[in-house]
Design a protein around this ligand. Sequence first.
Ligand SMILES: Cc1ncc(COP(=O)(O)O)c(C=O)c1O
Length: 452
Amino acid sequence: MNTKKPYSKPTIIRHSVGILNKFGRPPATVPMNRIDGFSVRELVEKHGSPLFVLSVPSLRERYRDLNRAFKTRYPKFRIAYSYKTNYLKSVCALLHKEGAWAEVVSGFEYDIARDLNVPGDQIVFNGPYKTKSELIRAFRDGALVNIDNYDEMQVVEDIADELGETIEIGIRINMDLNDPPWYKFGFNVESGQAFEAVKRAESGGKLKVKGLHIHTGTYVDDVTIYSRAAQGLVNFYSYIKEELGVKLKYWDIGGGYASHNTLHTAYLPAEQTCPTFDQYAEAICPILLNGPFPPQEAPKLFIEPGRALVDEPFYLITSVVAQKRLPTGQRAVVLDAGMNILSSVQWYRYNLQTAQDAGYMLEDTVVYGGLCMNIDVLQMNTSIPPVRRGDLLVIPHVGAYNISQSWQFIYLRPAIIALENGNVHRIREAETREYVQAPESIADEFINGLNE
Ligand SMILES: Cc1ncc(COP(=O)(O)O)c(C=O)c1O
């Protein structure tokens, strides 16, 4: 008789019991019942649940802190806000009011920036796919266009012919900085492609290379990657200056700065690992200032932050709709928000907070989103006090990518409000079924007989 037990793969379950768990994070016993002085419950009563909430002071503060960290170290400096991270008009407008330029990667985003009265020459246009008409418009407007590939370069040469002018461009480059490396965007430096691309651009007599652009990845919490990118930029600039006589007007070291959210793969909470803006700036600016130019000819430095500016200022308030016991004995909670409006849950172990006093009896809980999908899990295992139907949870730091990458599925997407100076602004209405179905039509013959 075979007495061998069937193999089952080992699993590790994170336990977090007591007042301070071994990962250094206090458990969620102190209720987060107010955001910027507003009662969480009252906000939901007025604006519905789930509800995205923007703290305007927090957004302004993050912008100012980041700007200060870089500008004090590299005076010719400008933040170009990465629209894709969250292109709510209010978010973009607030950042432009603070002084940010726009970094866009599509005609759609370009239009949003122009509608917000961002002058064309304060737009950085990246992205691997820009149509010819979008490029023509961008050059006419004086935007900074960074070229991703040879096909695009050819289109820009055609445009130079049509306009009868020499066109200034930036070249997107990549380097062997991460594991795995980010080769998707631009031309690789180490393999010689980037040098060939600059030479190719300059050889046609129609293009002038005036910028270099690199984006090292996203949620890069190792500042040495930025130091290596900065040194790579300096070396590459020295080389193309010497070999090809290129003189840069700007260099752009992209986005990627981390926010205070903990990755699933991380052991320590982000509060302990996320570099400060000063640490990023210190890793980049002194190296760039050692570049091949006299001080008065320092190229303008751009960075393109997204996540690090807008993650922290946003909260998601969500209601408990059910609780149950799983056959494993674990407690489960179902929320009215799902991963369709919180897609970053794929990467982050969000820090869920209860919004009402619920005592100190913490229990490891699986938190399900409200979608009819098995993968819709917002936390596999989190330690929270008892909650029941109607209770509220607050999820902080949700501003990056969740709104711009949200998808409409089964439920309508919620309203978004902004808080400042005791005022509540409704910056996006909750979706209605009419809005979602407006582009649809139904042929008469499809309807006939439905009620027979
Ligand atoms: C070219 C470029 N710049 C900036 C960003 C913003 O990155 P993050 O949100 O990580 O700061 C991205 C995002 O992928 C990007 O592709």
